[in-house]
Design a protein around this ligand. Structure first.
Ligand SMILES: *[C@@H]1O[C@H](CO)[C@@H](O)[C@H](O)[C@H]1NC(C)=O
Ligand SMILES: *[C@@H]1O[C@H](CO)[C@@H](O)[C@H](O)[C@H]1NC(C)=O
Length: 350
């Protein structure tokens, strides 16, 4: 499906238009109002048990019920409502303290939902849940279950947005009742639609198993009536390099480097080598360093020379106090200068 041009344009412009707003992160009036109401509710919780010893004398009960809706309690709630650095909260409280007081003292009984009365009805900063936009119109699919419960209504609960649905994963359509490719409808009646993911082997399907595919996903092939995994590693020309091994997985495969001691391998580690690199040999099924120094055939040819094994190789060194000549290690002449005549000029260079 090709998206219509205006949508493409909108997507391109969106980041540009949003940048200035992102920079200062100023909350919308509705968000500020919602936060204020949340804090007010917390204040009510925090003061609920105040001035109440926990005993249950008649006197205490009477005092409590008086305190419950008292101005004293309101002041206690308002006093601690906004953090000292919360500019938006303090500004809103300053501007609308009287309304909060009126609600607390007189209107609470008739309008028990503070958010609804304060943010929606009185200040008109927000809309009721399930409605959107300047006039608080019903979201797509109705205010009770916007977007069939399968998506988010744009502007839901705010004075913004256009009421359209942004569907959750797996759903599409104006009311988020249709299933996208890779999902099938597992329930559909007048009010509800539920889309469930296909088996991973299906591109599209009518049910949950690999026998319910309409079309196989890439890396899977239809055999009999089911989509089965393709073993890419078993292909006539294997897909990995010679220094790698191939691992088949559902719907795909991967290549991984052989152990450094292998020439070709069938899996991870030195036990899976096909052949070993020079200086290594298979020992107990594993490529192992050859100790050239302990071979019957002498590795170091000069007379008196020491042999040291190294990974994959060996070195031949004359003992301390000896130096190498073509076919033997000979005692170094100590008297008459420590170095030989050929190295003398380099000393003068210094
Ligand atoms: C539709 O399905 C849902 C979910 O199973 C169920 O709760 C609801 O009662 C059904 N509605 C009708 C009209 O059958
Ligand atoms: C591979 O696919 C088959 C068939 O869809 C499935 O039964 C199996 O559990 C899958 N294996 C893994 C490791 O995901």
């Amino acid at each position: 499906m090709r998206p219509p041009a205006p949508a493409t344009l909108g997507l391109l412009l969106l980041p540009l238009l949003m940048l200035p707003g992102e920079a200062d992160k100023k909350p919308t009036p509705c968000q500020s109002c919602r936060e204020l109401v949340d804090k007010f509710h917390q204040g009510m919780v925090d003061t609920a048990k105040k001035n109440f010893g926990g005993g249950n004398t008649a006197w205490e009960e009477k005092t409590l019920s008086k305190y419950e809706s008292s101005e004293v309690r309101l002041l206690e709630i308002l006093e601690r409502l906004c953090g000292s650095s919360d500019f938006e909260c303090n500004r809103m409280l300053e501007e609308h303290e009287e309304q909060l007081e009126a609600w607390w003292l007189r209107l609470k009984k008739d309008y028990p939902d503070l958010f609804e009365w304060f943010c929606v009805k009185t200040l008109k900063f927000c809309c009721s849940p399930g409605t959107y936009g300047p006039d608080c119109l019903a979201c797509q699919g109705g205010p009770k279950r916007p977007c069939s419960g399968n998506g988010r209504c744009s502007g839901d609960g705010s004075r913004q947005g256009d009421g359209s649905c942004q569907c959750h994963m797996g759903y599409k359509g104006a009311l988020c009742t249709d299933c996208v490719d890779g999902y099938f409808s597992s329930l559909r009646n007048e009010t509800h639609s539920i889309c469930t993911a296909c088996d991973e082997s299906c591109k599209t399907c009518t049910g949950p198993t690999n026998r319910d595919c309409n079309q196989c996903e890439g890396g899977w092939v239809l055999e009999g009536d089911a989509c089965l995994d393709v073993d890419e590693c078993a292909a006539e020309t294997p897909p990995c390099e010679l220094s790698q091994f191939c691992k088949n997985i559902n719907g795909s495969y991967y290549c991984e480097e052989c152990d450094s001691t292998c020439v070709g391998c069938t899996g991870k580690g030195p036990e899976q080598c096909k052949d070993c690199i020079p200086g290594y040999t298979k020992e107990n099924g594993q490529c192992t360093d050859i100790d050239e120094c302990s071979l019957e055939e002498k590795a170091c040819m000069r007379k008196g020379e020491n042999c040291y094994n190294t990974p994959g190789s060996f070195v031949c060194v004359c003992p301390d106090g000896f130096e190498e000549t073509e076919d033997a290690c000979v005692k170094t002449e100590v008297q008459g200068g420590e170095e030989s005549a050929t190295q003398a000029p380099s000393h003068e260079d210094l």
